[in-house]
Design a protein. Structure first.
Length: 229
C-alpha cells in the first residue's frame, strides 16, 4: 500500500462520487422501484386463475432468470435499435443511449426476481384471510390491495432490500456500455492518470463497506419483523 498514489482518488472525488456514484444510486433506486412494481404485476399474473396469463408470466420470469444480465444489456443496446428501424422504416437505427438501456434493462430483468419474492410473500399469507375478505363482501382485487399485499410486503421487506443490494452491485455492469456509473467514472480517472489499481481498490472498498453495512441493517430489520410477527 505504501507505493499507492491515492492522489488520483482524493483529487477527483467530486467526479467519482458526485457523478459516478450518484448515477449508480439513481439507477439502483429507479430500477428497484420499477422492478418491484412490474414484479408485483407479474406475481399477480402468475397467481392468476387464467391459465394463459399465468403461463405467459411464468415464461417471462423463467426466461429472464435463465439469461445473464450482461447479455440482456447487449441485446437491448444493439438489437432494439435495429428492431425499431425495421418497424419504422427509418434510414438509420435510432440511438438508444446507455442510460435508457440501463434503466429499461434493469427494470425488466430485476422484475423477474422481484416477482418470485412477491409471489412467495403472497403465498405465505393464509388462504383463510382471502376467504374472510370474501365473507366481508370484498372482491379479489380489493382483498389483495387491502388485506393480502400489505401483510405480504411487510414480510418481504428484508428480502426485497437484499435483492436491492444485489441490484446495487449489478449496476456496475453498465460499465460495458461506457455509462458513467461509479465504476465507469473511477475507470476513466484511472486510465487518464495511469492509476487503475488505486481507483479499482477504492471502488472495491466502497462497494464492500456499503454492502456489508446494508446487509447488517437488513439482518437487524429482519429480526425486528420476526419479533413483531
Amino acid at each position: 500500500m505504501a507505493g499507492f498514489d491515492w492522489g488520483a482518488v482524493t483529487g477527483n472525488l467530486g467526479y467519482i462520487l458526485g457523478v459516478g456514484f450518484a448515477y449508480t444510486v439513481q439507477l439502483t433506486a429507479i430500477a428497484s422501484l420499477g422492478g418491484i412494481v412490474l414484479g408485483t404485476l407479474l406475481a399477480l399474473a402468475r397467481l392468476s386463475p387464467i391459465t394463459p396469463v399465468a403461463y405467459l408470466a411464468a415464461g417471462y420470469v423463467n426466461l429472464m432468470r435463465s439469461i445473464p444480465l450482461i447479455m440482456v444489456l447487449f441485446w437491448f443496446f444493439f438489437l432494439v435499435p435495429l428492431m425499431l428501424q425495421s418497424i419504422t422504416g427509418a434510414d438509420r437505427p435510432p440511438k438508444v443511449g446507455p442510460e435508457v438501456t440501463a434503466i429499461v434493462t434493469f427494470i425488466l430483468f430485476e422484475a423477474a426476481y422481484f416477482c418470485e419474492i412477491v409471489r412467495a410473500g403472497i403465498q405465505s399469507i393464509s388462504k383463510g384471510q382471502v376467504g374472510a375478505a370474501y365473507a366481508l363482501g370484498l372482491t379479489y382485487p380489493q382483498a389483495m390491495r387491502l388485506i393480502i399485499l400489505p401483510q405480504a410486503f411487510r414480510n418481504m421487506i428484508p428480502v426485497l432490500l437484499t435483492q436491492t443490494i444485489v441490484l446495487f452491485q449489478d449496476t456496475s455492469l453498465v460499465y460495458v456500455l461506457s455509462a458513467t456509473d461509479f465504476l465507469g467514472a473511477a475507470s476513466k480517472i484511472g486510465q487518464r492518470d495511469g492509476r487503475l489499481v488505486e481507483v479499482y481498490t477504492f471502488v472495491a472498498i466502497v462497494y464492500f463497506l456499503i454492502c456489508v453495512t446494508l446487509s447488517f441493517m437488513v439482518k437487524r430489520l429482519q429480526k425486528r419483523i420476526a419479533v413483531i410477527r
